[in-house]
Structure formats: structure tokens, C-alpha cells
Write a new protein. Structure first.
Length: 261
């Protein structure tokens, strides 16, 4: 049994190495000319189409990752929006492209320091978040401009990947920006990426990733909602679809039923 487990761990480690090699190779060979082409034609907001194609038809097939999307009717077709999601794995970014569509990201500014990768992030419309709050001044207007230019933007308000899949409290930034700049918010719940590409160990495993798309929250719908309430409501909505939260709810309902009986 220990030999089998050791072999599984080793294979997961090898798959992880191969995964990052394939991702980086695709970024250079396929992504770079596509970025240049879309930049020349003035349609930079479409650049992540190549990401969607590459992950759907190459990477996910190679590594046995299947994506199931629920609530596709909630994805707007006529406007840009902010995707608000839980964060479990680096794979979260990759599954959003084929599941939701063209998307740039708000991400830590440190990622821009990586050679080539920083250029790619700029090219696809991503927005850096700096540790110094003063350097983030005007970000809301920049996000608004991205949406007006036909981009969608994704953000993970927890600020970092969860180690055990349990969500932590959301940070305020995106919700304050949404209220100040009238930004529509599309909450989604990501399930399973932590099993495929976990944070706590170097491994890549085949598996099923589920994405639940919740109804769009328009600026009009939360115009009179305090920012803290908007933040917590969005957190609870996204968390409500996670397996551990459903289990907690079922246990609470069972306990209440027992007391009433």
C-alpha cells in the first residue's frame, strides 16, 4: 500500500512539472504571436481566446481535467463584468477562461517582475495590485475603462489561495471600487481545482472542476447597500455552493429537526 501511495505521489509530482512546462511552452510558442496579432488588429481584449483554446483542447485533455459549468445563463453577453471568485489553486485562473470567456485579472504586482510573464500580463489587460495602497489610487477608474473596452476582469478577494478549501473573509477593495465606479459583479464558485493542483504540495492530478455561476449583481441592485454588507453577502453566496458549507447546512438542519421532534 505504501509503495502504491509513494508511486501516486511521485506521478503527481512529475505531472506538475510537465504541466508548468506545457503551460510555459504554449505561452511562448502560441501565445506570443497571438498577442502580437491581436495587438496589431486593435482587439487586445480577445487575446485570452487563445488561453481558452489551449487549456480546453490541449492542457486539460493531456492532464485529465474536466470542467463542468452550472449557471451559464447568468453570464452576460452584452457587457463587461467583474468576476468575483473563491481562490484555492493556481488552476483557478486557467479554468475561468474556458468556463466564462475572455478574462483579464487583478493580481499581485510581484507577478509582473517575472521575465516574459509580466509582459504577457500587461498584454492581456491584467491590473497589478501594489502593497502600497497609494500606488493603487485610481484603480477603480482603470477597471471601469477595461470593462468599457470589452474586457472582463476576475478578482479573488480572499487575497491568497486557501490551504484547506475553506474561504476566509473577503478584503474590501473590489467592493469599494464596485460601488464607487458602478461595476457589475458576477460571483462564481470554483470547486475541485485544489484537488487537481493543490497549494500545499507539488502535484498535478486528473479530476473534475465544477464552476457555479451565480446571478449577476448589477450596480443598481447594490446601490443602497453598505460596502461591508455587499462584501459579506457576496462571500456567503459564493461559499454557499462549496461542499463543506452544504454539509454544515445539512447538519444544522438535521440537528434542528431532531430538536423539533
Amino acid at each position: 500500500m505504501e509503495v502504491i501511495i509513494s508511486l501516486q505521489v511521485f506521478m503527481g509530482f512529475i505531472r506538475a512539472i510537465l504541466y508548468y512546462i506545457v503551460v510555459f511552452t504554449g505561452m511562448i510558442i502560441l501565445g506570443t504571436p497571438y498577442i502580437i496579432y491581436k495587438s496589431i488588429t486593435g482587439r487586445k481584449y480577445e487575446i485570452t481566446n487563445v488561453c481558452s483554446f489551449y487549456f480546453t483542447h490541449v492542457i486539460f485533455k493531456l492532464f485529465g481535467v474536466k470542467i463542468q459549468v452550472e449557471g451559464t445563463e447568468n453570464i452576460p453577453k452584452d457587457r463587461g463584468f467583474i468576476i468575483v471568485a473563491n481562490h484555492i489553486s493556481f488552476l483557478d485562473i486557467n479554468v475561468i477562461w474556458p468556463a466564462i470567456g475572455n478574462t483579464a485579472f487583478i493580481a499581485k504586482a510581484a507577478l509582473w517582475k517575472a521575465p516574459v510573464f509580466g509582459w504577457v500580463l500587461n498584454s492581456i489587460g491584467c491590473i497589478p495590485v501594489h502593497k502600497n495602497p497609494r500606488m493603487n489610487a485610481g484603480m477603480g477608474k482603470l477597471v471601469r475603462k477595461r470593462l468599457d473596452d470589452k474586457y472582463n476582469i476576475a478578482v479573488f478577494p480572499e487575497g491568497h489561495r486557501s490551504e484547506d478549501g475553506h474561504m476566509v473573509k473577503f478584503q474590501n477593495g473590489i467592493f469599494r471600487m464596485a460601488k464607487d465606479n458602478k461595476l457589475p459583479l458576477l460571483p462564481i464558485t470554483i470547486i475541485g481545482t485544489g484537488d487537481c493542483l493543490p497549494k500545499v504540495k507539488w502535484a498535478m492530478n486528473p479530476g473534475v472542476v465544477r464552476i457555479i455561476v451565480h446571478p449577476l449583481q448589477t450596480p443598481e441592485s447594490f446601490e443602497n447597500t453598505p460596502m461591508n454588507d455587499l462584501r459579506d453577502t457576496m462571500h456567503d453566496l459564493i461559499e454557499s455552493a462549496l461542499p463543506y458549507k452544504k454539509e454544515e447546512l445539512a447538519q444544522a438542519q438535521a440537528a434542528n429537526g431532531t430538536k423539533e421532534a
